[in-house]
Structure formats: C-alpha cells, structure tokens
Ligand binder design. Structure first.
Ligand code: ATP
Length: 752
C-alpha cells in the first residue's frame, strides 16, 4: 500500500515537473519571438542596464538584445544553473553578439579573436534548442559539434558538460581512429549531442547500421575555416550529404571564412555574420605582446635553446612545422637537460599519450611543450606565458591561431617568432593583417650554441641521428611545398649550415631538390607527404597497439559508454594541400651524403650526459629582456665561419678514425664468417657466443649480409638499415677479433 502511494507520488511529481517545464518552454519561446534582434543587426550596438538581471514574472517578455549577463538572456533554468556553477556570469563580446541570434534559431557565422569565448556562443544555443524541443533519448542525435582535432573536441565536451550539467540530454565524444568503434555503435544513436572529429563521425555514418542524423537540429563547426579547407573537404562533403537541410548551422572561428562557396556547401540560410572584432584596430588579443626576430635558419636551434634556458620559470608553447622536428627537438633537448620539464604534442602520438600531455601541460606552471599545428587551434591551455614559433607558420591565420594559445580571455601573454632572413616578408603580411608585431634583435651575448653538444649526442646515438636526419628532410620539404614562394624559398636556405646546426655530420641529400630547387613543377610527388606537414599529423594508422578508453557520458557526468578506441588518427589532420596534386610519395626517400658540406664537431660529455663545458654556465644571469632586446653588435657571420672551420677540421679527424674503425669491423666480420663455416669450432664451443650474436642479428631483423655505407651514395631508404646496424655494432665491437681469439684460447685451455 505504502509502496503504491510512493509510486503515485513519484508519478505526480514527474507530471508536475513536466508541466512546469512545458510552461518554462512556452515562456522562453514567447520571450524569444517577442525580443528577437532584427536580422542583420549586431546586438552589441545595444546595451541593457545590468540591474535587469532576472526578469520576474511581470517581466516575462523582458528584452534581451544588448544583455551583458547570461541571466538576462531567455535561457532555461537548467542552463543558467550550469553557467552560474561554472562561474560564467558576464558575457564576452562574441557571446553578447551571437547568443541573441543563435537562441532565435538563426544560422550564425561568428568571428572573434582567439580566447574570446566562442565555445559558449555555440554550445548554449545548441543545448537550449534541444531543451525547448524536449528532446529525449529516443529522438537520437539532435546536435553535432565538429572540431578539427581530438584535443579541441575533448575541451568542447568539457565545456558542454558544464552548460548541460542539469539537463537530461545525453552527450558523447567521438574522437577515435578507424578501428574498434564497434563498442560505440550500440549506443551512439541514443546520444543527443555529439562532439566529434570529422573522420570519426563519417566512420559512424558509414558503418554504424542504425546511426541516423536525419532529425538533426543543430550543426556546429568550430574552427570552421579549418574544417572547410581542402584537408577536410571530402570528409565534410560526405557528412553534409547525410544531414537534413532544415537545421540551424553555426560556424565559429577566429579567422572566419566568408567564401560563398563554403557557405553554399553547408546550405546556410541568410546567416548572421557577427565579427565582433572586425572593426578592432588589431586582429589579435589586446593583452598579447608580439615580437619577431630575424634568425638565420642555422641559428634557430641555438636561439630556441637559449630562449628555453633563459625562461625556465615560464610556461612556453613552441611551434615547429613537422612531427619529426618536434620529436627530434624534444629528444635532443631532453638529453641536454635545460632545467624545465619538456614534452611534446603531435598527431603521430598515441591518443592516450596525447591526452596525458595535454592535461599535464594544462596543470603545470613551468613547462615547455613542443608542438605541431595540432595544438594551434582552439586549445585553451591555462596561463601560457610564451608562444614561440620556431618555424614560420603557413599563413597569417595560422599565425593568429598559434599566438592565440596565450593571452586568453582576460589574461596577458607574449609571443616571439623566429623568421629566417628569407622569411622576413612575413612581417609585412602580419602587419598588413592588423597584427601589432615588433621586430627586435636577438641578444648575441645570451645565445648559447647547442649544435656542438647535439653533434656529440648524435655521434653516440644512431637513433637520435636518424631523427635529426628526418627532421631536416621534413623541414625542407615543408618549405618546398608551401605556396608563397616569396616567403618559402628552399633555394635561399643554408642547407649545409642548417644540417650542421642540428648536429648532423653530413647534410642529408634530398632527392626532390636534385633536379633543381624551388619549383614545385620540377619536383613532383611532394604534395601529400605527411612528414612535411604539421597538420599532417596523421596518426599511426598501422599501429596495432594503443587503444584507449572513451567516453561518452551524460551531461550530469555519469558514464554511459566506455569503449576501446584505436590510437590511429582519422583524417583530422589531413594536409592542407590540393587534392589534384595529392600524389603520395614513398615514405622512404633517398638520402645522399654531400661530401662538400662543412663538418660537425665531436663533443665530450660528463657522466651525466652533460656537454662539457656545461651549457648551464652560459645561462647565468640571463633574463627575458636581455635575450630578446640587447644587440651587442657582434658579427655573427664571422663567429659562425670560425666555428664551422673549427668543426670541419675536427670532423675530418673524426672521419679518419671512423674509417679505421669501419675497416677493422669489416675485417672482424669476414673473420667471423669464416669461423662460422668451420663446423669443428662449434663442437669446441668456440662459436657459442658468436651464435648468440647471429641470433641477435636475426632478432633485430638484420640480413646476414649487412650493407655499410662507406661512401656518399646511400639513399634515405637505407638510413634505417644503417642506423640499426650502428646499434648492432655495439655487439660486434664488444667481441672484436682479438677478443674472440683470446676467448677461444681461454676456452681451449679450459677444455684441455
Ligand atoms: N563569459 C565568460 N566568463 C568567463 N570565462 C569565460 C567566458 N566565456 C569563456 N570563458 C573562458 O575563456 C576561455 C576561452 O574561451 P574559448 O576557448 O571559448 O575561446 P575561443 O574564442 O573559442 O578561443 P579560440 O579561438 O582559441 O578557439 C575559456 O577558458 C573559457 O572557459
């Protein structure tokens, strides 16, 4: 009896709740239609007094155009509660401009500076629309939010959880690669709001039998210009064909597209173009101090190292143009121990690693993150002090997004870009785009040479040397394929000096430059190579290993779905290149040694792996200002020439020693081969150890007949073999001919 009463009470309560909700929705609808801003108007032109906070019953139709507080908008109580709990009270300019239109169901193209709060400007209308339609689990997917990268999708999802915390809508994050989506398939249809990357979404559209977006109400493209560019063209077109034309579409970016073609692709209907900072004198956040330095390519490593050493108490984000460069700089600098945590973020990392790095960098106070452009857009790392662009960005929008990782919302921040002399024109382009950038001179006193210690590291570590070679090649290729030849001109780069600055003893020869430098038409097959692009951070699709868990929760935070996800990336990071030129080139490219280049230097390290004399000694007393602004007038060219001369002599000496060693090693090898062909020796046990060596060689996948490169005519496809052999040489050297002889003698003596 008591039980039945309880049930009735519960049902009555639910009914009352539904009625109250229906009433709330009716009021919201009435207020929205009565106070809608005029189409084409900018609500920022109006201003409501702040006291008009919570319209009481009497003010149910209170105006909201010109509102400054979230509480002044016609939002559901659930959303208001979520916003208040997340401490969002005052709206930012883009929110004030876009929300009144967005809440009325209009298509919006929102453009505002980085870090200005665009995420809430699209999340709130999406959540509110579904709330007002009383969207439920059985209604399926009501809103799709598409982001170009996984990290950004995660961040948007976190923001969605705050806004939607008190709603009964469910949300899912779909960001994995191409495999292991089966576990998602059963649930994905029951989710109401999906935050996803384009590739994963399309995968569900293609593969999940009952996945249906035909009822979709709201489509959001965050970083819309990126999603609409060539890299995502095919994927996005395929997605859009599966969406209903009757929907609300919201496009947001700091560098917005206005291309009629793009808008037609998305069937936008009379969109409201709200560019809140378009009239602003500058295109970047006001609290961002931006500087540029002209740094010859071969001094960029030194300058970067010196920057890091003089900014140990900062949180710094460093952009490089390819995964290979990021990997090399991280690995080599880690070994030189700058005194601040170093980490990296690029698209070839496994998803779990990417997330760990992302969250760790968010938490850390002093840290350096080396990243490709995967981290350029949208990511909201708190309190980044510096953005350093070691490589010139592809264009002005890329620059704006990169520097936008600092000086977010109301914070300040600083940025510096190292431009090689041939890239100096970029400064004019930036200034023409209303970017207040100040050109300063590096302080030569504070520059610490790092190429010598790098050469030392590379000479000891074939893996690192291989990484340096790949970093060199991918950087050159990235310049080679870029469009603006007035800025990106390979023929103007000091290739030999650059290679040396990475610590490489010889300049890797790049096949695509063989027939003549600089013109793309002469050097085909480059356009789609994923090594060359930061944004080509295609994941290791082939990796059979990494899986990670995801994540689909309802907006209260309860886990709905846990799935295993593959590490490999979809085409979120497809290259920004034209499909017509998209001939993929073989990953193994030929490398040749150029004998006429300057030579590297051998360095000595202490027991802890520090270069002698310790680099730290040079950094004493340095400060930000000194490094960046003082110009002692030292002729860098003379200093560099003298250094190269010295390095060349030392390298020649080292070459001689290497040749001698190589000769001995080949002798050993021939000898061992002979010994192997003598069966009696095995019976004596003489070759037991050598058998082990053979086994090791087999395990390492090396051919019995190894190939060495005594001359300058090896190609890049040989690099891996060469380096693996170098590793194996540890074993070979560890059992030299004389050692084998003495071992044999000892064993024979023992037997007798
Ligand atoms: N009204 C607000 N009040 C307080 N903080 C806000 C408000 N709106 C946004 N923020 C915060 O400001 C930061 C930047 O917001 P958001 O990431 O949405 O910027 P964005 O314009 O999308 O930047 P980007 O162009 O780089 O993607 C976030 O930490 C966000 O939580």
């Amino acid at each position: 009896m008591e039980k039945r009463d309880g049930k009735r009470k519960f049902q009555r309560g639910r009914k009352d709740g539904r009625m109250a909700e229906a009433e709330e929705i009716a009021q919201l609808e009435a207020r929205l239609s009565a106070g809608a801003p005029a189409p084409g108007s900018n609500p920022l032109a109006h201003s409501l007094p702040l006291q008009n906070q919570q319209p009481s019953d009497g003010a149910a139709l209170a105006p909201f155009v010109g509102a400054k507080l979230f509480q002044q908008l016609p939002l559901s109580e659930r959303t208001k509660r979520g916003l208040t709990e997340a401490k969002f009270t005052h709206m930012t300019a883009i929110q004030r401009a876009a929300l009144p239109h967005g809440l009325c169901g209009r298509d919006v193209l929102g453009a505002a500076k980085t870090g200005s709060g665009k995420t809430l400007a699209f999340l709130i209308p999406a959540v509110e629309k579904l709330f007002r339609m009383q969207w439920g689990a059985m209604d399926g997917v009501g809103a799709l939010i598409i982001s170009p990268t996984r990290e950004l999708a995660v961040q948007i999802f976190e923001e969605l959880r705050k806004v939607g915390k008190h709603h009964s809508l469910s949300g899912g994050l779909l960001i994995g690669g191409r495999k292991d989506v089966d576990s998602e398939k059963g649930r994905v249809n029951k989710l109401n709001i999906l935050v996803c990357t384009p590739g994963r979404l399309l995968q569900h559209m293609d593969e999940t039998p009952n996945f249906d977006c035909s009822q979709l109400q709201v489509l959001v493209l965050d970083e819309a210009d990126r999603i609409l560019d060539m890299g995502f063209a095919n994927t996005l077109n395929a997605i859009v064909t599966q969406l209903p034309k009757q929907r609300q579409t919201l496009l947001f970016s700091a560098t917005q597209t206005k291309s009629v073609k793009d808008l037609a692709r998305l069937s936008l209907k009379d969109p409201e173009y709200l560019a809140v900072h378009a009239e602003s004198a500058v295109a970047t956040p006001a609290r961002l101090q931006q500087t540029a330095m002209i740094v010859p390519l071969n001094e960029k490593m030194d300058t970067l190292w010196s920057f890091i050493k003089t900014h140990l108490q900062s949180k710094t984000l460093v952009f490089l143009s390819s995964c290979k460069q990021v990997k090399f700089v991280l690995e080599s600098f880690k070994r030189l121990r700058p005194g601040v945590p170093l980490k990296c973020l690029h698209g070839r990392m496994k998803q779990t690693q990417r997330m760990v790095v992302f969250f760790k960098f968010c938490e850390e106070k002093h840290s350096v993150l080396f990243a490709t452009d995967i981290a350029a857009r949208g990511l909201d790392f708190p309190a980044v002090d510096w953005v350093v662009q070691v490589d010139c960005p592809e264009d002005v929008p890329s620059y704006i997004h990169r520097v936008g990782r600092t000086a977010r919302y109301t914070s300040g921040g600083r940025s510096v870009i190292f431009l090689s002399p041939s890239e100096a024109k970029m400064i004019e382009e930036l200034q023409a785009a209303k970017i207040p950038i100040k050109v300063i001179k590096p302080n030569r006193d504070k520059i610490q040479a790092v190429s010598g210690p790098l050469a030392g590291l590379l000479s000891k570590d074939p893996d690192l040397k291989y990484m340096a070679q790949r970093a060199f090649i991918t950087y050159i290729r990235s310049i080679h394929i870029r469009g603006d030849k007035e800025i990106f001109d390979v023929t103007k780069l000091p290739l030999d000096e650059y290679s040396l600055s990475l610590g490489l003893p010889t300049t890797p020869r790049i096949r695509f430059l063989k027939k003549g430098m600089g013109t793309v038409s002469e050097n085909v097959k480059l356009k789609h190579d994923d090594d060359a692009h930061t944004e080509n951070d295609k994941d290791s699709d082939q990796s059979p290993f990494g899986t990670d868990e995801k994540v689909s929760v309802d907006l209260h935070g309860e886990k709905l779905l846990t799935k295993k996800r593959p590490v490999k990336e979809e085409n979120e990071q497809e290259p920004k290149v034209e499909d017509s030129l998209g001939t993929r080139i073989n990953k193994k490219k030929k490398l040749k040694i150029n004998p006429n280049r300057p030579a590297g230097k051998r360095f000595v390290f202490d027991d802890e792996g520090n270069a002698l004399p310790p680099l730290a000694a040079f950094s004493k007393g340095s400060s930000d200002e000194e490094l960046l602004t003082k110009d002692p007038g030292v002729s860098l060219k003379e200093a560099a020439q003298e250094r190269y001369q010295r390095l060349k002599l030392e390298m020649q000496k080292r070459d001689k020693e290497d040749k001698l060693l190589e000769k001995r090693r080949l002798q050993d090898k021939r000898n061992k081969k002979k010994q192997r062909s003598r069966p009696s020796e095995n019976e004596n046990g003489l070759n037991a150890e050598e058998d082990d060596l053979s086994n090791e060689r087999l395990q390492s996948g090396l051919p019995a007949q190894k190939k060495y490169f005594a001359d300058d005519s090896f190609d890049e496809s040989d690099l891996e073999v060469e380096d693996r052999e170098a590793k194996t040489n540890v074993h070979v050297h560890s059992l030299s001919l004389s050692a084998q002889e003495s071992l044999a003698l000892r064993m024979l003596n023992f037997k007798s």
